[in-house]
Design a protein around this ligand. Structure first.
Ligand SMILES: Cc1cc2nc3c(=O)[nH]c(=O)nc-3n(C[C@H](O)[C@H](O)[C@H](O)COP(=O)(O)OP(=O)(O)OC[C@H]3O[C@@H](n4cnc5c(N)ncnc54)[C@H](O)[C@@H]3O)c2cc1C
Ligand code: FES
Ligand code: FES
Length: 1320
């Protein structure tokens, strides 16, 4: 049968395709076959939102266009036949004018690296488009939720939410944060007027598509088979035809979102049948018997339909479904697809649990016969997936007389609406009269069983029973025996406890409630309800002393980032002969590599070469990275030294082929005659396996610890805790593109924070002089330290392959490989003795630390210095330490934002918490007592302490106490805890002292003949706003010449990409100070230029009676051959290159004792930025760092298995904060502390230090848990399961939900009931 062309439109442009692999995703097509690069690939599994586009469908019957967002990384190209696609640059762009969404995001300073920004714009656009009111009647709440499924690793979300809210019909404009549209004091009306006007119009649906009729068969059928039946009869024919023609494999497709979860499925099917247009499967039918929902109906449409139903129970189901995935997933995901995944592949579904509780049935088409079965029977039957059986519809019976029927649903997930699968879910219905259960239906799911279940034994037990504490207790004991997670399930006991807690929440309120009413939740007084919206405030002081430095200038290229036109490495157009690479990594921690081959010795499709260390050129070296501490290998040689180590590079014609081939590679290992690998720091100690630490990086002890211990009247001895790792989760994975050039040269585009080092490593690896290599970096899609050392092997491998194969070679690491190789933050074990007096004064601290550095030195030897910096923030009396940097057979750890500093600062807090706990004092009091005086600061920090008036910490400490109303809220927290059993609050204030160091940095400023200015700097724009500050500084520096027109100079300044042959000695962009150093470098250039121009200026001033325009001056200077390009290398003064930063944070949290969920109710931060170079940029740094710190302290688990291989491999199991996990109220003040004579125009750093303040959230959580444990002490009236011992405890980092629940008590509800029973 002849297949027709696929036809669709992208941004109004027509595309026709006849021959395409049906597995091709829309994202693949857009990025490889169109100029539209705003769709970014950051996860490929539906988990981040970077790839979103608008899909518009035309309905000829109603002549209406419907549009919504979808994930292009999951949507198959063939399924968009006849549709129109709009990307962010399709909404607006630099040439045709930006869309108001773009300009508002830019104006609210809502982008940093910009990699997530186009996806954010699409989410917001889709929300506006689907808002009920005409012209976008979006509410504030909907605006907030619109980006709940999008990940951003840079901004901390607050400014993004503000930009979204600016479109809401019910917004109070004064609630919106810092922006470039209005000034403080403007009237509300003026504020509204200043926003870029917006009037929602749907995207234009091209006429040529309106006329097109979609046909059943598309594509060249002799090669690829994609069929789109439009009715069940046609579908039956297709299935019959497939069976008659000898079967062959067949895949039914609806939204294809299942591919996001089962992403390792690489199976190619003989035939694809798109059932998303089968009319009967798209119907939602209601009658007195209930609701029938076609299996191809999307979850979004199911939600809308359920909301329209009269029954509140349907509404509750809809509310639960709104927590599934994210909006764009729900827009494509079908209800049937979800059920089939749950039935056939044990997918932890929410929907099956809801439908079980609703006693639903399903209809299955099998061999033209339609069978209706109960959902439970369906779930228990053999898998139907790919068996040519089709799930046609779901039937939910009518809720007979809602009155008296209780229905509730429950779900505990790491992020409540931010795209996270639940640890467990439940849905219950029950009819209860006079406290007696007449009937009930209890469904549980997602806990790690085969599929959702009904707890029939418990149902039977409860039916007919008069509810009492002991009945409930018995039901729970029964339930624990029924909820049995499979062996491989994480946190099995936690999941059981959740299930028990859900049932308790459902039934307990009925026990003392004779009316039989329940809202399904215990402990839900008004004041504990979550605040409706996020709210925030920012206080920043703009200064015009060095105009335009000090102004909250809008970020350079922010609108371009929003439209997606800002070019990242993967957006650079490639030549047709470009090859692509993928790493093969080791799965053994220590083994000889015997061979590397492909399965069955068949070279996979598209593979060109397999490179190993043997392919390094004869004069080159096997080097993939380097620091002053030594090099790291590009590939393992005969021996692999950790799981995750690179052992080879597959080079293929496409990235897909390269990735697939790398997966198919078979590596034979031999571990004979090898020592056991070192997989723990304890092993390293036993085997004395350490990296050397130069005395320069090993600070001196302070005072006499023996004496300090003697002065102590209390001690904590040999206390111990561990800190885990953290993954960068930059949105843009590691990437590079290498082009071979004439005369044995190599040009490499690298997404790197250290192009100079990338350059040098490539030259050494290839054995060529450094002038043969050129590394170019324009911008980096998030780095956080992960694109320093770890970017080097990626670029080097590309360069090696390009050199060897004489073809361009590109590499774009998939998220899994990236996560396996990244190494991340250093985990460590801490042991300490601390001495203190009964009044809380510390007298001595002795620390022992074992840092897991992994297999290569990387930058790990600096860790002792970094840890000890912030740890000295308190006056310990005396301080001594023994820090070992352990060499293990684990992936080498590297610098992640505030490397060592965040741990050092936290270690201090953890010790303070324990001291306070043992003294029964408030931790805040102990902190206050031990804050440094200027005298003790000098003792601990010596010359770095600066002048006395620069020690602003006591000032910040006091100011924040007042502005955050700490005392009053502390009392309110106590009162709250007194009144509530199942929710506990904690509040905590934490100070930071963070040492940074400036490094030499180059810059060059060149003035072109038309007066425009081009600037090069050593620092890389990684989202931290470096380019913006540099532009401001150049405008300031050149503006000092006071020419007419120099006020607008900033608009004429362009900072360009780093090019390692254009400007040498760029060094690392790291350590928070690269922006200020780059600024100082360009200021020096401006001074040189001003000096060179002075004679011309003076002469012209005389001739033109004191007034010279900038353009004329430059014309004249060109005529006089004045050298208008100046470069400088800023080398900071040794005596003042290091300095201290100060800040204080207060956080208040609420812990749900039942689930372990921690909600951050409010965070207040005050941070000393000196005189901020750009308060908007610094505010973004403070907020973004703080939220990344929340991830470290509360959410992100980055662990290794027994072989040292990283366990978390994508967005499904690595959870960074989303909009729903940031503080509900977020108040940030950037303090302008005036003159700092040794700093760049009095400014101070902001990139890393604020991350440390997130420890306040962790400490507040500890405080809330302490309250929960305290209250549960009297509950231990029987001896079983006494899992909470009250007093001292250590709260691990990260304090995830299972961790918090474990400390609050996995058996807390049983204990509570036992106490009630005993009490009676
Ligand atoms: C990022 C993300 C987050 C998610 N979060 C959640 C969550 O929190 N809770 C939850 O419950 N679910 C969640 N899901 C799962 C989601 O609901 C399912 O992926 C989706 O419903 C599947 O529908 P689909 O139309 O995309 O199916 P497809 O991916 O097209 O199909 C899935 C499988 O089912 C088969 N199939 C589909 N329809 C039928 C049918 N009618 N008859 C027979 N076989 C069929 C297909 O052949 C395929 O093998 C999430 C998914 C993603 C990607
Ligand atoms: S790339 Fe598609 S959701 Fe992440
Ligand atoms: S700006 Fe959002 S990920 Fe960088």
């Amino acid at each position: 049968m002849e297949g027709k062309d696929l036809e669709f439109a992208v941004n109004g442009e027509r595309f026709k395709v006849n021959s395409v692999d049906p597995c091709t995703t829309l994202l693949d097509f857009l990025r490889l076959n169109t100029p539209f690069k705003s769709v970014k690939l950051a996860c490929g599994e539906g988990g981040c939102g970077a790839c979103l586009v608008i899909l518009s469908k035309y309905d000829p019957d109603s002549d209406q266009v419907k549009e919504h967002s979808i994930n292009s990384c999951l949507t198959l190209l063939c399924s968009v036949n006849g549709c129109s696609i709009t990307t962010s640059e399709g909404l607006g762009n630099a040439k045709n004018g930006f869309h108001p969404i773009h300009t508002r995001l830019a104006g609210f300073h809502a982008s940093q690296c910009g990699f997530c920004t186009p996806g954010m714009c699409i989410s917001l656009y889709s929300a506006l488009s689907n808002a009920p009111g005409p012209g976008g009647g979006l509410t504030v709440s909907e605006a907030e939720k619109s980006v709940a499924g999008n990940l951003c690793r840079c901004t901390g979300y607050r400014p993004i939410v503000d930009a979204c809210k600016s479109f809401a019909a019910d917004v109070d404009i004064e609630d919106l944060g810092l922006n470039s549209f209005w000034r403080k004091g403007d009237s509300k009306e003026a504020m509204m007027k200043s926003l870029p006007p917006y009037n929602h119009l749907l995207t234009t649906f091209p006429e040529f598509l309106k006329k097109k009729s979609v046909v059943t068969n598309v594509l060249d059928h002799s090669r690829y088979r994609w069929t789109t039946p439009f009715s069940v009869t046609e579908l039956g024919n297709v299935l019959d035809e497939s069976a008659n023609s000898g079967g062959g494999s067949l895949k039914l497709v609806v939204g294809n979102t299942g591919a996001g979860y089962y992403k390792d499925d690489e199976e190619m099917f003989d035939r694809y049948v798109d059932i998303s247009r089968v009319s009967e499967m798209l119907v939602i039918k209601r009658d007195e018997n209930g609701v029938e929902i076609g299996a191809a109906v999307t979850i979004s449409n199911v939600i809308d339909a359920l909301k329209e139903e009269g029954s509140s129970n349907f509404k509750k189901m809809a509310a639960h479904m709104e927590k599934i995935g994210n909006r764009s997933i729900r827009n494509s995901a079908s209800i049937g697809g979800n059920l089939v995944m749950a039935q056939s592949r044990k997918f932890p579904s929410d929907i099956t649990t809801l439908l079980l509780a609703a006693d639903a049935s399903v209809c299955i088409l099998n061999n033209r016969i339609i069978k209706k079965v109960k959902l439970l029977e369906f779930l228990d039957s053999p898998p139907i997936l790919n068996s040519k059986q089709v799930l046609l519809k779901v039937v939910i019976p009518a809720w007979t007389a809602d009155t008296g029927l209780l229905f509730e649903t429950y779900r505990a997930a790491p992020r409540s609406i931010g795209n996270a699968l639940p640890y467990a879910n439940a849905a219950f219905s029950a009819r209860v009269s006079n406290q007696t259960v007449d009937e009930c239906l209890l469904a549980f799911g997602s806990y790690g069983g085969d599929h959702s279940i009904r707890a029939r034994e418990v149902e039977r037990f409860l039916t007919g029973k008069l509810l009492s504490h002991s009945v409930l207790h018995e039901a729970m004991c029964l339930l624990r025996g029924i909820i049995v997670p499979s062996k491989e399930t994480s946190h099995p006991e936690y999941r059981k406890a959740l299930a028990v807690g859900f049932l308790f929440e459902f039934l307990y309120p009925l026990i003392d409630n004779n009316n039989g009413h329940s809202n399904g939740h215990v402990d839900d007084p008004i004041e504990s309800l979550p605040l409706p919206f996020l709210s925030s405030s920012q206080q920043v002081l703009e200064s015009n002393e060095f105009n335009p430095v000090g102004e909250a200038v809008i970020k350079a290229v922010a609108a371009l980032q929003a439209s997606g036109e800002a070019v990242f490495v993967d957006d650079i157009p490639i030549l047709p002969d470009c090859l692509h690479g993928a790493f093969i990594y080791s799965t053994e921690p220590l083994a000889k590599i015997k061979s590397i081959s492909f399965g069955e010795n068949v070279t996979p499709a598209g593979v060109f070469a397999l490179l190993t260390f043997k392919d390094i050129p004869i004069h080159g070296q096997n080097i993939g990275s380097k620091t002053v501490f030594g090099p790291g290998p590009l590939f393992a040689d005969e021996l692999t030294r950790c799981a995750g180590q690179r052992i080879a590079l597959v080079v293929a014609d496409t990235q897909k082929h390269a990735d697939k081939a790398a997966k198919l590679a078979v590596v034979e290992y031999d571990i004979k005659n090898l020592e056991e690998p070192i997989l723990t720091v304890e092993d390293a100690v036993k085997r004395s396996s350490f990296f050397d630490v130069h005395p320069m990086f090993y600070p001196e002890p302070v005072g006499d610890v023996v004496k300090g211990m003697k002065e102590a009247d209390r001690k904590i001895l040999l206390a111990e805790f561990r800190l885990g790792s953290q993954y960068f989760f930059y949105m843009e994975p590691q990437t590079a593109l290498a082009l071979p050039d004439e005369d044995n040269c190599s040009k490499v585009f690298s997404s790197s924070q250290a192009p100079e080092y990338v350059h040098s490593v490539i030259a050494t690896c290839l054995g060529i002089p450094e002038h043969n290599v050129r590394v170019i970096t324009r911008r980096v899609g998030g780095g956080f330290g992960g694109k320093a050392l770890k970017s080097m092997p990626v670029a080097t491998a590309c360069a090696l392959a390009a050199h060897k194969l004489n073809r361009p070679v590109k590499m774009y690491l998939n998220r899994k490989t990236d996560m396996i190789m990244a190494g991340g933050r250093h985990p460590m074990k801490v042991t300490y003795n601390v001495g203190f007096r009964s009044d809380g004064k510390l007298t001595a601290l002795e620390l022992t630390m074992l840092i897991d550095a992994g297999t290569e030195p990387d930058v790990s030897p600096i860790l002792p210095r970094n840890i000890m910096g912030p740890l000295r923030k308190y006056d310990w009396g005396a301080l001594s330490f023994d820090v070992k940097v352990c060499k293990t057979n684990l992936p080498s750890r590297t610098a992640m934002r505030a490397p060592g500093e965040v741990q050092g600062s936290y270690i201090a807090e953890s010790i303070i918490e324990n001291v306070a706990s043992s003294l029964r004092m408030e931790a805040d009091e102990v902190r206050k007592i031990n804050l440094h005086s200027y005298g003790s600061l000098r003792k601990f920090y010596k010359h770095i302490s600066g002048e006395e008036d620069e020690y602003t910490l006591p000032l910040l400490w006091g100011k924040l106490e007042i502005s955050s109303e700490l005392k009053k809220r502390g009392e309110m927290v106590k009162e709250f805890n007194r009144c509530n059993v199942w929710r506990k609050r904690g509040i905590s204030r934490v100070p930071i002292v963070h040492q940074v160091m400036q490094r030499p940095t180059p810059g060059r400023v060149s003035i072109l003949s038309d007066g425009s200015v081009v600037v090069e700097v050593g620092g890389i724009e990684i989202g931290q706003g470096l380019w913006t500050k540099v532009r401001q500084m150049v405008a300031y520096g050149l503006g000092l010449m006071k020419c007419n027109g120099s006020d607008e100079l900033i608009e004429r300044i362009r900072v360009v990409q780093a090019d390692t042959l254009g400007l040498i000695q760029g060094g690392f962009t790291a350590g928070s100070t690269t922006s200020e150093s780059s600024c100082e470098a360009v200021r020096l250039c401006c001074v040189i230029l001003a000096e060179r121009l002075k004679p011309t200026v003076d002469q012209m001033m005389m001739e033109k009676s004191g007034s010279v325009t900038w353009n004329l001056l430059i014309q004249q200077a060109y005529a006089q051959s004045v050298n208008l390009s100046a470069s400088a290398l800023y080398t900071p003064e040794f005596s003042s290159m290091e300095y201290l930063n100060y800040g204080v944070g207060v956080s208040e949290v609420e812990v749900d004792v039942m689930t372990g969920k921690t909600e951050i109710l409010r965070s207040d931060i005050i941070y000393d930025c000196g005189k901020s170079l750009n308060p908007a940029v610094d505010l973004g740094q403070v907020e973004g760092a703080f939220v990344q710190g929340i991830g470290f302290f509360m959410m992100e688990e980055y662990t290794t298995d027994e072989k040292g291989l990283v366990v978390q491999q994508g967005t499904w199991d690595y959870k960074i904060p989303t909009v729903d996990t940031i503080p509900k109220q977020f108040h940030v003040e950037i303090l302008n502390t005036g003159h700092h004579k040794n700093r760049v125009l009095s400014s101070k750093a902001s990139g890393e230090p604020p991350l440390l303040l997130a420890a306040s959230v962790h400490c507040a959580t500890r405080s809330a848990i302490r309250e929960a444990r305290k209250q549960s002490l009297p509950w231990n009236c029987s001896d079983g399961n006494g899992d909470v011992s009250g007093g001292d405890f250590e709260l691990p980092v990260p304090a995830t939900m299972p961790v918090v629940k474990g400390l609050c008590g996995l058996y807390s509800v049983e204990k509570y009931l036992e106490e009630k029973i005993c009490g009676k």
